[in-house]
Design a protein around this ligand. Structure first.
Ligand SMILES: [Zn+2]
Length: 70
């Protein structure tokens, strides 16, 4: 089961004045769409900004790192 970090999306929603940025950051199962326990804004995957190829390269690097460590 893969996990990844999610960050609170309240940064983009605070413009309407309802919520302040709370910068919550949690580790969840990557298939979840969790809500922030502080302000109940939707949590978004932290690596959302990366392209698919960047994610693949990152995954490959991490795999290689694991092998080197063993
Ligand atoms: Zn929040």
């Amino acid at each position: 089961m893969a996990e990844c970090y999610f960050v609170c999306s309240s940064d983009t929603e605070r413009n309407n004045g309802k919520v302040k940025s709370c910068n919550m950051r949690f580790k969840f199962n990557e298939f979840m769409t969790p809500n922030c326990p502080i302000c109940s804004a939707q949590m978004v995957p932290e690596n959302e900004g990366l392209s698919v190829s960047e994610l693949l390269q990152k995954g490959l690097r991490e795999e290689n790192n694991k092998k080197e460590r063993i």
